[in-house]
Write a protein of this length. Structure first.
Length: 165
């Protein structure tokens, strides 16, 4: 059985949580749990490169790439290379709303047009510079199987903040 992330704090206000999400986050891990089998596997390979950005004006942008993403032979990929490139990424953008224990991404553009116009709910836990998401059970956009995603991000410190630390 999947263990969902604990709420940020009892009585936490959505506005404060929203402020804490502002900025850039880099992906540390992403696994997907198949609900039919209970098996857990890395999503998009062992070490995907990913970023999520939350802006104060209410926008969210997500981009994830396989670490072993293929390079096309030429500037313009062949049809087969285009498919391989599409299958090696995950991306969307839209607006977001925050509740005390979750963030909802309201998608207005996506690498997979089937996601455009949907709302993706992420249960979350914020612990210092670590942001952990657990998706609600849903169909995996890569395989079509029912699953739960587990994703961990680390806040990207601004160069000035990093040198002061």
């Amino acid at each position: 059985m999947t263990a969902f992330a604990e709420p940020i704090a009892t009585g936490a206000h959505a506005a404060e949580l929203r402020r804490k999400l502002f900025g850039s986050w880099t992906m540390l891990s992403w696994t997907v749990e198949d609900l039919a089998t209970g098996e857990t596997a890395p999503a998009l390979g062992e070490s995907p490169a990913g970023s999520i950005v939350y802006t104060p004006d209410g926008r969210v942008m997500v981009l994830v790439l396989r670490s072993d993403r293929p390079f096309p032979a030429e500037l313009v990929p062949t049809d087969a290379e285009k498919i391989a490139l599409y299958d090696s990424m995950f991306a969307y953008a839209g607006t977001y709303t925050v509740d005390p224990d979750k963030v909802s991404h309201h998608i207005d553009m996506s690498w997979n047009q089937a996601w455009t116009g949907t709302t993706q709910i992420r249960l979350l836990r914020l612990d210092g510079d670590r942001l952990t998401y657990t998706s609600v059970p849903a169909r995996n956009p890569m395989t079509g199987r029912d699953c739960v995603h587990h994703v961990v991000f680390r806040r990207v410190l601004q160069e000035m903040e990093a040198t002061e630390a």
